[in-house]
Design a protein around this ligand. Sequence first.
Ligand code: FMN
Length: 150
Amino acid sequence: MATLLIVHHTPSPNCQALFEAAVSGATTDEIEGVRVERRAALAATASDVLAADGILLGTPANLGYMSGALKHFFDQVYYPCLDETRGRPFGYYVHGGNDVTGAVRAIESITTGLGWRRATDAVTVTGEPAKADIEACWELGATLAAGLAD
Ligand SMILES: Cc1cc2nc3c(=O)[nH]c(=O)nc-3n(C[C@H](O)[C@H](O)[C@H](O)COP(=O)(O)O)c2cc1C
């Protein structure tokens, strides 16, 4: 069975809403044959990534970058995963107060370094998530999971 790993930093209710939507999409009954594993970014390990067939990342924008927690995740997994995870499909959402540009740039840069393949558009949200933002995160989860389905 394929595994989709969700690595997220979720420090607030608005981030939680996006996370829950992504999980809901990834675990929808319409998609079979995909195990969805969730890990807080500060707890996720290289072993989690090596065992995953696809990765969904979620983070707030902090100080013009991804969260320190997601940065810590990448610091931990980068070299242990570099050889074996090239080509892995991934996707991500970023939540911010007003400007997520730096966080998006950082995620694109580090995943390019890893050789991961973005399988669907990034979801970027500022402020309180609208219904369309929640739906976009649901689609993000569903699209990544469907891409791994039998
Ligand atoms: C230290 C700190 C730095 C932040 N930096 C940014 C930033 O660079 N860009 C941005 O859009 N939001 C920034 N924010 C806002 C967070 O992204 C936002 O608080 C987080 O996504 C949670 O959303 P919420 O507060 O609406 O629940 C920052 C928040 C904190 C606490």
